[in-house]
Design a protein around this ligand. Sequence first.
Ligand SMILES: [Zn+2]
Length: 244
Amino acid sequence: MSERRTLQLGQENIQYILTRKKMRNMRMRITSKCEVTVSCPFHTPIADVEKFIEKNLDWIKKSQQSILQNATSLERYEYMTGEKFLYLGKEYTLMVKEGAERKVQSAGDYIFMTVYDLWDFEDKRALLDKWYKSQANKIFADRFSYLKFLHKDKFAGNYQLKIKKGVSTWGTCAVSKGVVTLNFRLIYAPIELIDSVILHEFCHFYHIHHDKDFYGLLSTLDPLYKEHSKALDRKYIDYTHYND
Ligand SMILES: [Zn+2]
């Protein structure tokens, strides 16, 4: 039997899957999706499992890092019918067919893709990527103006939104230019997490540093900001490994 557990170590939450079975010694493995799995003998106390994880934390980090750096292990998509893709925090099933027009469309729980050649993986990847990007452009712009309107008493400035691929943070704020830049990969995350990043960046227009005043303001706009930020950390791998 397996269960998903979380171990809090300082500021960090380590997610792991614990399996109890008939065996002699505890074992740990990192899956190709960077998940930590621990197997242990049936009656091992949780405290022992947690000690084991803590002791191997460096190894876990290193293994996860090397999986992430090794692009080939992430190229597990063939963009075939049945594969699952995240979009706004929800899993969608890809449906691919050949046709005279290249296009992508979502409906219900599906992402429908039409391509000239079912076996042209690069083309399918580029096409889906383009679709995600155009969705990000629309949705981020919508949320940006909605949140700015919702808090117009505070954020009346002429702010601009930019969307970038390949930025290492979820968002940045160029205060003097009035520009908020969002990471395009947020399109994989639920709307409330996209909003939480936008609100976080908005707060930088008042407070440059992450000090008490900054979090004071943020908590009035996004009372769940701690949960939101934890959710983004926890799902970081899911939300970032889809492309590139
Ligand atoms: Zn910040």
